[in-house]
Write a protein that binds this ligand. Sequence first.
Ligand SMILES: NC(=O)C1=CN([C@@H]2O[C@H](COP(=O)(O)OP(=O)(O)OC[C@H]3O[C@@H](n4cnc5c(N)ncnc54)[C@H](O)[C@@H]3O)[C@@H](O)[C@H]2O)C=CC1
Ligand SMILES: O=C(O)C(=O)COP(=O)(O)O
Length: 601
Amino acid sequence: MSTVSSTLLAANPTTTTTSTALSWKSKFQTTTFAAASLPQLGRLNTSHRRFVVMSMDAKPTILVSEKLGEAGLNLLKEFANVDCSYNLSPEELNTKISLCDALIVRSGTKVSREVFESSAGRLKVVGRAGVGIDNVDLAAATEHGCLVVNAPTANTVAAAEHGIALLTAMARNVAQSDASVKAGKWERNKYVGVSLVGKTLAVMGFGKVGSEVARRAKGLGMHVIAHDPYAPADRAHAVGVNLVSFDEAISTADFISLHMPLTPATNKILNDENFAKMKKGVRIVNVARGGVIDEDALLRALDAGIVAQAALDVFTVEPPPKENKLVHHHNVTATPHLGASTMEAQEGVAIEIAEAVVGALKGELASTAVNAPMVPAEVLAELKPYVVLAEKLGRLAVQLVAGGSGVKSVKVTYASARAPDDLDTRVLRAMITKGLIEPVSSVFVNLVNADFAAKQRGLRITEERILLDGSPESPLEFVQVQIANVESKFAAAISESGDIKLEGCVKGGVPHLTKVGAFEVDVSLEGSIILCRQVDQPGMIGKVGSILGEENVNVSFMSVGRIAPRKHAVMAIGVDEPPSKEALKRIGEVPAIEEFVYLKV
Ligand SMILES: NC(=O)C1=CN([C@@H]2O[C@H](COP(=O)(O)OP(=O)(O)OC[C@H]3O[C@@H](n4cnc5c(N)ncnc54)[C@H](O)[C@@H]3O)[C@@H](O)[C@H]2O)C=CC1
Ligand SMILES: O=C(O)C(=O)COP(=O)(O)O
């Protein structure tokens, strides 16, 4: 039996059984869901603990477009159909992608906007088997609700070791002299190198790789400084490194080693202006990304003798064109993007990315998500019933809006005894957004694209916290959703402030609706709901209950909230199956009922 956790990264549900969507499944797929893991599937008779959805193919398809370590491939194959197709042209990739639920790439595949557009919504996860995600159009991924995960740790040491290999090889002309010996020459005077000990190395980007390079360079007796606007000074001090300004780093260094990501801010950060600030005879190592150097400017700096040597693992265009002058420059050592290419790193990266991709396809939150909030598994487990509550409140609230009133402004209030930094509401906000948008549009919304989807619709969601006294044992006491400046098809849902207002909480792990407008109710959000406003009087529950009974609708909960005896009251009725039109008509005809609405949960 395979179980699927309720997912936050879900595909648009094509099945009608669930509101919080499934992951990669389509309505043709056979999957057995454990009822307990999918509370949103509705109330199940205990004799029907499983849902079975018929299928043509029970496995998702994962396209692996570049060579991946065997151990990772094996993990993928246990869960999915794996299509290893290397060296695809962009057109071939665009064609294939519409048949794939996940794509795994390294640095050689450009995952452009066209890839996401061509996938027509099927692609749910892009796994980058490595660190740099500059080859993935993250904005397009997010807009298409596609999660991007990377494998940020497994190749750190390999990249750092390659940096050191290039540093030492460059200083001692290893590549050039090797070529010379192989050409039958013996040029001992030509290849006199420079020493590293006592020299200053500037590590540009003091992250995982940069700090490992620094550690190793100190072992070689170098004086190491670093520049990284975001790195904490104490982490640098722990390695015996001083963080300095960009200008100080590049102007005092004998060697510069680049370890920052390629971003708009670091693009061509080493340019003519900055080469001019460097010590004459500086040596440069780049195992980061080709794009952080203006390659034409580097060529000019090499020719002018400002840069004595460069060792480059990465290039703006990979592979670089055959006639690339940098590659052929006698003072340049070049390797074909080998930083991560050790047996150990490739196995590690493959396992790291396979686990992340499979987890994401199963609907789990990835801890290496690049374009979605990373919520630790234990926090998510605790928030799980609130996640369901959040989506249901959004879904109910939007159904209360009268046709023609555009929803533009939503306020969400979280009441909790937890300190604000001890309660991560991003997931809840995303799920409320999902609930608000999905019933009234054709888009699907998940944790990845919720904020984007809201913004695109001009939907402003503000969040407020009510800090309660008491025990912070449960993360939330209640959640309120208010929609401002709209009319409601159920006038009683309008609160004193003029907004549609719903409030809910979790009781015994089950989400409950506890307030509609100014009326307190208590109905478990497991089936669907009928809300009736009536003049409070004896016998109302019986009347409506018997109409539903006669129409064969199972009532799960009934609750009446009133302002004062014999005044207006709101009755909330939980029903297991949708009532027929006839049943609803009969409820509307009960004389004391002033208005009613049927809401799908
Ligand atoms: N050649 C290869 O095969 C490999 C290349 N890489 C490249 O190395 C880069 C670094 O990898 P990690 O250390 O794992 O990433 P990381 O995210 O741990 O470190 C990057 C560091 O760069 C810093 N940074 C950002 N903007 C900066 C700026 N303008 N100036 C200075 N520092 C800046 C960040 O604060 C961060 O500390 C990756 O982005 C990737 O492009 C990584 C692995 C293998
Ligand atoms: O992890 C990175 O950022 C790398 O540059 C490694 O690239 P690769 O997976 O070897 O194509």
